[in-house]
Design a protein around this ligand. Structure first.
Ligand SMILES: [Zn+2]
Ligand SMILES: [Zn+2]
Length: 264
């Protein structure tokens, strides 16, 4: 079983579970490594209601310590953050990177300007949105994030499809610039299984993106994006099959930002 590096804690106000429950779930499913990557603080605060605040960071470090104590020698516990890519965020991300000996930072696009488009609170807005325009803005933003080179892993590549609003035709016209930027910056992506449980009913990304990523030599992690211990490594068998379908034979491991690879 590969590592599962994308997990949340109750500090973000929309996840449940103790470190002990998460670690026991990781041991039970036989993960190689388990990683914690809660929604990082954003400045200036308050920003939104679905992340930890900067003042929560010491509690977050304690949460990681408790997870490591529970795991003992059973499996390595890796520590990261899921950081939001927002205009002008680079100095803040750089300062977050120095606050703790992280194993990895995950970069995510959840916002287009002030619209957190994947928030179910905005479903009505989606019905009135120009889908092609939203996709163009999303992929431009994702490409800029990839080019920054600030992140070890780029999260849920086609999250913009979450509520099943998609342009017509071959979507690779949106993917290719992002693929080029990720490859040029030597970035890695995740295959995020949470999408199978959202209205889009597909993993993030879809097989076409995954094919392009594999052809471009972009490393892959498989992630559950668990917000509950029951979701640790959810649908990993299905995800491994999809990764293999795209040609992947290995997944990426990260320890203090250093890469190694594990056979699928
Ligand atoms: Zn979340
Ligand atoms: Zn996310």
């Amino acid at each position: 079983m590969p590592a599962d590096y994308h997990s949340h804690t109750p500090l973000c106000h929309h996840a449940e579970g103790t470190p002990e429950e998460f670690v026991q779930a990781a041991i039970k499913v036989g993960l190689t490594e388990w990683g914690i990557s809660d929604h990082a603080p954003v400045q200036p605060e308050p920003f939104d209601d679905w992340r930890m605040s900067t003042d929560d960071l010491p509690a977050y470090f304690e949460w990681i310590d408790r997870a490591r104590a529970e795991a003992g020698g059973a499996l390595p516990i890796r520590a990261g953050l899921e950081c939001d890519w927002l205009p002008g965020c680079e100095p803040w991300i750089a300062s977050l990177a120095e606050k703790y000996p992280w194993d990895y930072l995950i970069g995510s696009v959840h916002y287009l300007s002030d619209w957190d488009f994947d928030n179910p609170a905005w479903l009505e807005k989606w019905a009135q949105t120009d889908v092609d325009d939203a996709w163009l803005r999303y992929w431009k933003t994702y490409t800029e994030m990839a080019a920054s080179g600030l992140f070890d892993i780029l999260a849920h590549p086609d999250l913009i499809k979450k509520f099943a609003y998609k342009p017509t035709g071959d979507l690779r016209r949106f993917y290719q610039p992002a693929i080029d930027a990720i490859a040029t910056a030597d970035g890695a992506i995740e295959l995020n299984t949470a999408g199978w449980h959202k209205p889009c009913k597909e993993a993030y990304p879809d097989i076409d993106f995954l094919d392009l990523a594999h052809s471009a030599g972009i490393p892959l992690v498989i992630s559950s994006d668990a917000h509950h211990p029951d979701e640790v490594a959810r649908d990993f068998d299905q995800a491994i099959a999809l990764a293999k379908q795209a040609g992947y034979t290995q997944t990426l491991l990260l320890n203090q930002h250093q890469r190694s690879f594990e056979d699928l």
